[in-house]
Design a protein around this ligand. Sequence first.
Ligand code: GLN
Length: 430
Amino acid sequence: MPDIFEITCEDKNNAFITLLKSAEYEKGGILSGIPVAVKDNISTKGIETTAGSKILQGYIPPYDAHVVAMLKKEGAAIVGKTNMDEFGMGTTTENSAFGPTTNPCDPTRVPGGSSGGSAAAIASGMVPMALGSDTGGSIRCPASFCGIVGLKPTYGRVSRYGLIAYSNSLEQIGPMAKDVSGVSTLMKIISVPDEFDSTAYHNQYNHDPDPESIKGKKIGIPSEYFGEGVDERVAEKIRDAIGVLEELGAETVECSIPSMSYALAAYYVTCTSEASSNLSRFDGIRFGPKVDAKRRWHEEFRDFRGEYFGEEVIRRIMLGTFALSAGYYGKYYAKAQVAKQNVRKDFLRVLKEVDVLAGPTMPNIAYKLGEKSDPLEMYLSDILTVPANLAGVPAISVPCGKVENMPVGLQIIGKHFDDETVIDTAAAYE
Ligand code: GLN
C-alpha cells in the first residue's frame, strides 16, 4: 500500500504549473517520502504536462519518463510540475504561458530559466530537490540565480525518454538540490540505464561526493569565461572561489577556448533548427486543446499553432525553418555543426591537460523582471553555459557568495562521463 504525502505549502513564487494536494509514494527506497518537484517538460503518468505551453494544456501523459519512474521506484513523492519557459526557450522563465516565476531571494527579480520553477521551489524551501532540463544552461542558470546547486550531466548519461524534446542533440535532464550531496543522490537514481533512449549509454553514476580528492587536482581557468560582458563583481567572487580551491590543494592553470566566439551562433542555429522539427508534432490533432477541424488541414494547422504557441516559440520555429531550408542549409545549419564540432574539439584539447575547468555560470546576477525584453540580449546572456552543451561535457553550478545580496554561481566543467570529478570539486568548494 502506498503512503500519502500531504502538500500544504503555499506557492508564493509561482514555481509550479501544477501543485498537487497530495502525492502517493512507496515506502522503503532512498528517497522514501521525500517531496520532489519535476519540470513540466518531463512526462508524468496521470499528471498534466504542458512544457509551459498553452498548446499542451490539458495533456495528460499515459506514461512516466524514465527518470520519473526511477524516482518513484526509490520512494519519491512527486508533488507537482514546475514552471518553465515555453518548451525550455528562455533564460528567465518569463516566456512561460502560465506567468513568470519570481526569485525567492528577491521577488522583483527573475529566477533564471528555463528551469526557473524547479530552482525557485528549492530556494523557497518547498522541496529539497527537483529535476530540470538543460539545453543551453537551463539547469545551471536558475541554480546560479537562486543560490542552489544544479548539474547538467554528460550528454548520454541520463535517459531523455519522456522528455518533451526541444533540441535533442544538446539537452539533458539533470538534478537540482539545495546542496551537492542532494544533486549526487538524485544523479544516482536518474542515471539508471534505459533501453528506450538510443543516445543514452549504460554508464550509471554510482558515486558519493569526495571533497578530499581535490588535493592535487588541476583546474583550468579559460580566459574567455572572464571576458567582455562579465560583471566584474561576479568575476571577483569566482576568483575568490578558485582561491579557496587552491587553498584546499588544487593547482590552477590559465587556458583558452578560442571557439567560444562562435558558440552562441552555433547554439542558436542548432537549437532553433531542431526545435522547428521537434515542434511539428503539435498540430492540434494529437495533443492538447482539441480543434473542431472543418477547413483544409494546413489552414487548421496554421491557425491552431498561431493561436497556441507563444511569441518566442514562433520566432524560433521561423528561424529554424529558415536555417534548414533548401538554399540556406549549407550556409547556416551545416556551418553551425562545424562550429559545434570545433567547440567540442577545444574542450577535449584543454580537458586533456586538466581535470576540470572553472569560471562563472552566468555573466550577471539575476535580472529584474522585464529587464531582458530584447530577445537578442537574452540570447547573449547564455554565452557561458551553451559551450558545455555543444561539447556534451558535464557542468555544475554551485553557489559562491553574493553581489547586491543576490547569489552568484561558480561553474565547474568536466570531461565526458566524468560527472564524478565535477561533483567532487563542487563538494570540496561547498
Ligand atoms: N536560454 C537557452 C535557450 O533559450 C537555454 C535554454 C535551455 O537550456 N532549455 O535556448
